[in-house]
Design a protein around this ligand. Structure first.
Ligand SMILES: Nc1nc2c(c(=O)[nH]1)N[C@H]1C(S)=C(S)[C@@H](COP(=O)(O)O)O[C@H]1N2
Ligand SMILES: [Mo]
Length: 168
């Protein structure tokens, strides 16, 4: 009898642990930079926090402002040897960045949209919101795209930045 009870309790514990784990699907604590890059990268939280920090403000879907800290996407692309700044001309203007997230959500930007030679708007890969790490279901990394009417391209749980040519 006693062992039967223990067995049932053990089963219940295992089941509840499994359910808790299933609720929060965590994204990995690193991002990959791949595609049309000189140097493919895998950047951890430690790598990113060593780079120059940039702030950006974004309203959530309830209209409340939040202050995000992260790295300018252009700086990350530069580190991977992507054509930015003076190199962003001619056929390179047909390149785009595909941002992939843990839940399968994907958004794209033309490289020019992310480049300070073309725009004053700075898109960042954020690792903190209001001076705190991002929540597990939103981070560890979130794109923050200021100056848009919707926060829909500010994608959460970013796992990969892929650079591609729009034409062959
Ligand atoms: N990975 C991922 N990011 C996402 C989404 C999503 O479904 N998956 N939804 C987007 C949409 S449509 C909105 S409105 C905002 C909501 O951001 P908030 O939680 O800061 O309000 O997240 C955006 N980022
Ligand atoms: Mo949305």
């Amino acid at each position: 009898m006693k062992t039967g009870c223990l067995y049932i309790i053990l089963l219940l514990v295992c089941f509840s642990l499994h359910t808790v784990q299933a609720q929060v699907k965590e994204a990995p604590a690193f991002i990959k930079v791949t595609g049309e890059v000189k140097t493919p990268l895998q950047l951890t939280m430690t790598d990113l926090t060593k780079m120059k920090a940039t702030m950006a403000t974004l309203k959530d879907r309830d209209g409340i402002d939040h202050r995000y800290t992260g790295i300018a996407v252009q700086d990350i692309l530069n580190q991977a040897g992507v054509t930015t700044g003076k190199e962003l001309r001619g056929e390179n203007l047909s390149k785009y960045l595909l941002v992939r997230c843990a839940d399968g959500y994907e958004v794209v930007f033309s490289l020019a949209e992310l480049d300070s030679a073309f725009t004053d708007r700075t898109v960042i890969l954020a690792y903190e919101v209001d001076s705190k790490p991002l929540a597990a279901d939103k981070g560890p990394f979130r794109l923050v795209v200021p100056g848009e009417k919707k926060p829909a391209r500010s994608c959460m749980q970013v796992v990969e930045l892929v650079v591609r040519f729009a034409k062959e």
